[in-house]
Ligand binder design. Structure first.
Ligand code: AMP
Ligand code: FE
Ligand code: FE
Ligand code: ZN
Length: 287
């Protein structure tokens, strides 16, 4: 018997001010309920610092919460985002890797700002002013500083040139190997799902061979239904997931007012969530 009778709206990828979203974790959860979602996952970049506040909000508004994170990884020099659901946040390997990634992001953001500041009036202090408490820093915060300084209209315009991965100021950051991180997530009792595997607009995408290696290492699923994937890409990814025995998820990658992505714009099937919960160490929080 299904745990979820009737139509269920499930969005498995959102960000709060614990990373580069614009709304605090509790607000993301309340907005998810207001948007008619039954289940929402909070998946901030390289941190679980938003979980506690999200849990309180989920219990208060009666939306189910999947505790997760989006882990920075790399493979063959390509940036890879690995979603982890329902893992033990105290697991040593995950903690060490996420804290290292956060520090690498911090150093790298300072270098990007340093470069931009040669051509535009903007300082590291301007970026700090845009950052939530203990937030994982990212280019979106630099974008916010550039907006505050009046250099660009919004985050999207900042990413078109100044912050583009093909642009003159870009700098990558060191992140753990994606295949190794799949194993670490499983060791921590989590369910690893490859985020937006074919989001070409962000830069180079991970080769299929690496996805196969990740699948061998214990990858649980592919995030297929995502706004950065067109219809043809989604069809190919669905075929690949079927071939490799992976779950297929869909989600908004909501970042508050920082991106056009709307809560619930892509959804995950209830039976996929059931499989995720069956594999995960932590329960889904149900209000
Ligand atoms: P970083 O993590 O510092 O490499 O920056 C990448 C982050 O910027 C991703 O998490 C995206 O959510 C965000 N991002 C990428 N492109 C855009 C865009 N065009 N507008 C707003 N945010 C973006
Ligand atoms: Fe982001
Ligand atoms: Fe991502
Ligand atoms: Zn994301």
């Amino acid at each position: 018997m299904s745990t979820y009778p009737g139509p269920v709206r499930i969005d498995l990828h959102t960000h709060s001010t614990a990373s580069d979203g614009t709304d605090p974790p509790g607000q993301v959860v309340r907005d998810a309920a207001a948007a008619g979602l039954d289940v929402v996952a909070l998946t901030d970049h390289d941190t679980t610092r938003g979980w506690a506040e999200a849990v309180d909000a989920a219990l208060a508004v009666g939306v189910a919460l999947v505790r997760g994170a989006e882990l920075s990884c790399s493979a063959d020099g390509v940036s890879v985002h690995l979603l982890s659901y329902l893992h033990d946040p105290e697991h040593a390997a995950i903690l060490a890797e996420t804290e290292a990634a956060r520090q690498a992001r911090h150093r790298r953001a300072r270098r990007i700002v340093e470069r931009i500041s040669r051509d535009y009036a903007v300082s590291w202090e301007d970026v700090l002013a845009q950052l939530g408490p203990e937030a994982t820093v990212g280019r979106p915060h630099i974008a916010d500083a550039l907006v505050a300084r009046g250099h660009v209209a919004d985050r999207s315009s900042a990413f078109r040139h100044l912050l583009s991965s093909h642009g003159p100021y870009y700098e990558p950051y060191a992140a753990p190997d994606a295949v190794t991180m799949v194993r670490a997530v499983r060791a921590a009792g989590g369910v690893p799902v490859l985020a937006h595997p074919r989001a070409a607009a962000r830069g180079a995408v991970v080769p299929t061979l690496v996805i196969e290696e990740m699948a061998d290492a214990g990858l649980g699923g592919l995030e297929v239904d995502h706004r950065d994937h067109g219809e043809a890409v989604r069809r190919r990814l669905r075929d690949l997931a079927a071939e490799l025995g992976l779950l297929v998820t869909g989600s908004s990658d909501y970042h508050g007012t920082g991106k056009p992505n709307r809560l619930g714009e892509n959804l995950t099937a209830p039976e996929v969530l059931e499989a995720v919960e069956a594999q995960g160490e932590l329960p889904v929080v149900r209000g």
